[in-house]
Design a protein around this ligand. Structure first.
Ligand SMILES: [Zn+2]
Length: 150
């Protein structure tokens, strides 16, 4: 059984997904659909066969996110998959700010290669750090707001 372009809220599974992978991803997408940024109208989710975990691409102008999930994502434990998905969704939220800062840094540096390289390196590291912090904060918030198990 293969389904094409199945919608889970604002997520849309792109391409062919095996039943096993659908079972692994659909409950996560249902659980975390509310973490998509409010401006996002559609988030395409695709299986990526490269040796990778996950990536998030943002097309802010068209209000779209592209989420690519690789073999390492599906090889992870359930808590790892949750953390990685939240992390990529946080990238989706912050990516517009990153792009604006990236363009400003590049324009200010102009032909100064050293200044441009240093600015963009710092920006990428700060972007990853803030994304990781936001992931931790969201995970802690989810832990404190989930109903207690009997
Ligand atoms: Zn990241």
């Amino acid at each position: 059984m293969n389904n094409e372009n199945k919608n889970i809220g604002r997520f849309e599974l792109w391409g062919k997904w095996t039943p096993e992978l659908q079972i692994a991803i659909i409950p996560l997408l249902e659980k975390f659909e509310r973490l998509l940024p409010p401006w996002c109208s559609i988030a395409h989710v695709e299986e990526d066969h490269r040796d990778m975990t996950a990536e998030c691409g943002v097309d802010f102008e068209y209000r779209r996110i592209r989420l690519s999930l690789g073999p390492r994502f599906f090889a992870g434990t359930a808590p790892e998959r949750e953390m990685w998905l939240i992390h990529e969704l946080m990238h989706g939220t912050i990516h517009h700010l990153f792009n604006v800062a990236h363009d400003i840094a590049r324009n200010l540096a102009q032909d100064n290669e050293i200044a441009r390289t240093m600015a963009l390196k710092s920006l990428r590291e700060a972007n990853e750090g803030v994304t990781t912090d936001m992931t931790t904060l969201v995970q802690q918030l989810l832990l404190t707001t989930q109903p207690k198990q009997p």
